[in-house]
Design a binder for this molecule. Structure first.
Ligand code: 1PR
Length: 557
């Protein structure tokens, strides 16, 4: 498997503590001393990296990166495995509180403190960095491992900052470090709502680096290559100038079985995926893994899979779909989002599966984020009726365990024209082109089950409700213009992206490169998603990016 190019580097949140040092160590509270009861086993093989994967998310691409560098992987099964490690990688995934619960209940928290106290090579990625701090505000305050004095705070969105900070951004490197050698000057991927604030005290470690905070990045190849699990130092000039957060171009693959039972990428014309010819076959636009890999090579900033029959079939029964995800995660080194059918489910044998179990299987199979459509509508409706946050909706359950940055809400509304805003109890917009009877206004009615059923809630009300539920994630705003090629629904995307501080992905309707610059110029969308235009090879992703650069929109190239 060829290594991905450096511009695909996805390394933004790591702490490295290496090289034994006895001087200058700060006084530590008792909990920082580690457990005397833990024994030390013989050292692990020098060609082996020990991986602390506590099962909360996708570390599949981290495994791929380590193997690519020629190392074997030893999984941590017990606290003793941590103490026996020659080099430890901790790709923390999920929410702070649940990760600390697992570390405390398994005795791994003490082992980690002890391992770091001994200044053994340690690479903490994202949450694996945050957990080293004293505490986090995430669902808390929650106490952390207390290795690094300081706290983990949520970004302040009150001044219009879009939170979570998601996407490809440049780094401002303020300290020489070999680790950032290959990513310097390139965009790297961030997904985080929280940032670590270390107290400025002597840490007692010779090499101590923090690269970004709290972000998740499934394939930190370039950083891994530089970490390379050795002590070699290379001087890198500091103080590089950072660029803006890049606008993203996302390729979306609607996946389902065709009539022969093969999983294919298809494309609906306003949700209708069957050919208009007499055969009425499901449109087959290619194989999911092949297309996803091609889009990654072509420069897609993210790839989304939608299991579009998931709303009626049980997604965990769809083993080929899970296999697609596994294979794609070995070839696609940008974030993978998967949606379709995430909800509570009882199978024919009466076995109950929570939406969390369904999502967990997607994460285990390689997803970095999951997207929820229908179930988010029901959760928002229930919340608006009762005003009560039950904590039981799929959104809340999954966010609690995997972190709210891992959950995307997919809004699938249809435009309903009205003569006046007073005609409906929903937020309306003055539309840029009038309705069939000259109507000047429209509201956007949410649908479920792949556009089949309309619900008594608008896209604006859904977006606000999800935000109030405290789910600071991400919206994909699809529209009934899907597959039309006549441009994004600017009125809809503007309405939603002006209403919330959560990043919005504009989806549906792209037919030319100009449609991409238009949506970024006229709305606050952070990303634009398209399907048909890429599947039908009408416009390559690179042409979209070149056009955006010419139009003055910053993108990752
Ligand atoms: O409701 O949580 O089970 O999620 C189901 C998901 O599957 C939803 O996001 C829903 O939009 C999607 N879905 C279900 N049926 C279809 C269908 O087409 N028959 N896809 C469908 C509709 C269209 C997008 C499309 C973009 C870009 N969504 O997936 O890729 O609109 O299209 P374009 O660039 O070609 O215009 P749940």
């Amino acid at each position: 498997m060829p290594p991905p190019p450096p511009q695909g580097a996805m390394a933004t949140g790591a702490a490295i503590l290496t090289v034994p040092c006895s001087a200058g160590r700060p006084k530590r509270r008792d909990q920082r001393r580690g457990s005397a009861a833990l024994s030390v086993r013989a050292s692990a093989d020098a060609n082996t990296v020990t991986l602390l994967d506590y099962g909360a998310g996708n570390v599949r691409s981290v495994r791929n990166a380590i193997r690519h560098l020629g190392f074997g992987i030893r999984d941590v099964r017990s606290p003793e495995d941590i103490l026996a490690a020659d080099r430890l990688v901790f790709p923390g995934v999920g929410a702070f509180g649940s990760a600390m619960d697992v570390l405390n209940s398994t005795g791994m928290a003490d082992a980690l403190r002890e391992y770091i106290r001994r200044d053994r090579p340690f690479l903490g990625i994202c949450l694996g960095l945050q957990l080293l701090f004293d505490s986090s505000e995430e669902n808390g305050p929650v106490s952390g491992l207390g290795v690094i004095p300081g706290v983990v705070r949520r970004f302040d969105s009150s001044k219009g900052l879009v939170v979570p900070h998601i996407g490809w951004n440049a780094l401002e490197i303020t300290k020489d470090t070999q680790l950032l050698q290959e990513v310097d000057g390139h965009h790297v991927y961030f997904v985080h709502s929280y940032h670590a604030l270390p107290m400025l005290i002597e840490t007692g470690f010779h090499q101590f680096a923090i690269m970004g905070e709290a972000s998740y990045h499934p394939s930190p190849w370039a950083t891994f290559r530089q970490f390379n699990f050795t002590q070699k130092r290379v001087e890198v000039p500091a103080h590089r100038k950072a660029s803006k957060l890049a606008k993203r171009v996302i390729a979306c693959l609607d996946v389902r079985s065709n009539d022969n039972g093969d999983l294919v990428v298809t494309k609906g014309d306003q949700y209708d995926v069957r050919d208009h010819s007499s055969s009425k076959e499901v449109r087959n636009l290619g194989k999911p893994v092949d297309l996803a890999s091609q889009y990654y090579i072509d420069g897609a900033d993210e790839v989304s899979f939608l299991n579009i029959t998931g709303f009626r079939d049980f997604p965990l029964g769809d083993l080929p779909m899970l296999e697609v995800l596994r294979c794609a995660s070995e070839k696609v080194f940008v974030p993978l989002t998967v949606g379709g059918g995430i909800r509570d489910f009882t199978d024919a044998n009466g076995r109950y599966y929570s939406s969390l179990e369904v999502a967990s299987e997607y994460f285990r199979s390689g997803a970095d984020k999951i997207s929820i459509g229908s179930d988010a509508v029901f959760a928002a409706e229930a919340f608006l009726q009762t005003g009560v946050k039950t904590g039981k909706s799929s959104l809340e359950q999954i966010s609690r365990v995997y972190g709210n940055q891992a959950v995307v809400v997919s809004i699938d509304p249809r435009r309903v024209y009205v003569k006046s805003p007073e005609d409906v109890p929903f937020k309306t917009v003055k539309v840029s082109s009038k309705g069939p009877s000259g109507e000047e206004y429209a509201w956007y009615q949410c649908t479920v089950s792949g556009g089949r059923d309309s619900r008594p809630i608008g896209a604006y009300e859904l977006a606000k409700a999800v935000e109030e539920l405290g789910l600071y994630n991400h919206y994909i705003v699809t529209s009934s213009l899907a597959g039309q090629g006549c441009g994004f629904d600017i009125d809809l995307v503007k309405m939603v992206s002006d209403a919330v501080t959560i990043p919005v992905i504009a989806s549906s309707g792209a037919g030319t490169v100009e449609h991409f610059s238009e949506v970024f110029e006229k709305t606050n969308a952070s990303a634009a998603l398209a399907a048909g235009i890429f599947h039908r090879k009408e416009v390559p992703i690179l042409s979209v990016k070149e056009h955006l650069i010419d139009a003055g929109v910053e993108v990752r190239v």
